[in-house]
Design a protein around this ligand. Structure first.
Ligand code: SF4
Length: 333
């Protein structure tokens, strides 16, 4: 396994420009992006996969952009333009059954401070536009309309809405607004987080949401940095704070072969949880290969290319390891 620092090569070596067309200055673009032809070969699959249209351009021109587009200029002299339908929430998924209780509508927030090797949504990692109040009102109203379309399913199944990502804590104002609006309408809410965010944001979310889905991946600082791009201390400290407040938390453990599945990692997670938290329920999320095609399309290295989902034996072994330590285990979200 190569060092994780190479993982986001496509992004790190790129100049990510969030466009406000009014401020757009084409003089800033490097010469190699001036040119003659454009290749729209990636457009259709991305429309289908992410509701985002991506044009891979060898040349850019003013008419190719609209407000809120994100351009990634790669070091291999290719450019990607993400015409994101909504630059704050990049996908809305209906009838989700793995993102909290019942049937749910899941809103995927744009932006994540981590870059996990196994991420199913690598397109979510680039940070979004900073939202202003006027835009916030419009975006929140639009998203609430979408959420309320599925009210009948929430009522029948004990479901609701899940704010996922990306990392929803990256857009606290929008998240708080949506949580408040959902509470007014008595819609059950979950927030799916990596825990890598400001503690005051997280504690406020805990007051406003009905349930927090909290990932615990790796306990070792070096391994966490290697496989997610950031250290683990903040994630662990934040979980301790939630526990102190007795916040409603559902722990989730992504079982990733060769990364999180070692006896040592699982043993240390168990010891940490027993010593520092009140939580004794855990959901194991086995690695699956959905979303792997995005890596090639986005021109970023896919470290999971040759890694297969965990076997039934491995799942049973990990389940037993948690259960024998007093945990109640669920396989899946
Ligand atoms: S925390 Fe989630 S969204 Fe962020 S990089 Fe990791 S898997 Fe992807």
């Amino acid at each position: 396994m190569a060092q994780h620092s190479f993982f986001k090569k496509g992004f790190e070596n790129a100049q990510n420009i969030v466009l406000n067309k009014a401020d757009l200055c084409f003089d800033d673009l490097p010469e190699e992006f001036e040119g003659k032809s454009k290749d729209m070969g990636y457009c259709l699959p991305f429309l289908i996969l992410f509701s985002i249209s991506v044009l891979r351009l060898r040349e850019v021109g003013e008419n190719d952009f609209k407000n809120g587009d994100l351009i990634v200029l790669n070091d291999d002299h290719t450019a990607m333009i993400y015409q994101v339908q909504n630059p704050y929430v990049f996908k809305i998924q209906r009838y989700s059954i793995h993102d909290g209780p019942g049937i749910r509508t899941t809103l995927f927030f744009q932006g994540c401070p981590l870059s996990c090797c196994w991420c199913h949504n690598p397109e979510s990692q680039a940070m979004p536009l900073k939202i202003n109040m006027e835009e916030m009102d419009k975006v929140a109203a639009f998203l609430m309309e979408e959420i309320e379309k599925d009210l009948i399913f929430y009522d029948d199944s004990g479901g609701g809405v899940t704010f996922s990502g990306g990392e929803p804590l990256c857009q606290p104002q929008l998240l708080f607004r949506l949580l408040d609006l959902c509470r007014e309408k008595q819609i059950h809410t979950c927030v799916d987080t990596s825990g890598y965010g400001e503690v005051k944001t997280l504690l406020k979310v805990a007051q406003k949401a009905d349930l927090i889905l909290y990932d615990i991946k790796l306990i070792d600082e070096t391994a966490h940095k290697k496989y997610t791009g950031q250290g683990v201390d903040l994630v662990l400290d934040n979980l301790k704070q939630l526990s102190k407040q007795k916040a409603a938390v559902r722990l989730r453990f992504p079982l990733i072969p060769q990364m999180t599945d070692t006896d040592e990692n699982i043993g240390r997670i168990i010891a940490f949880l027993k010593e520092n938290t009140i939580y004794r329920d855990i959901h194991i999320l086995p690695f699956h290969r959905a979303g792997q095609g995005k890596y090639e399309a986005l021109n970023i290295i896919n470290y999971m290319k040759d890694i297969q989902p965990p076997s039934d034996e491995m799942l049973a072994k990990v389940k037993e390891q948690f259960e024998s330590n007093g945990f109640s285990v669920t396989l899946g979200g």
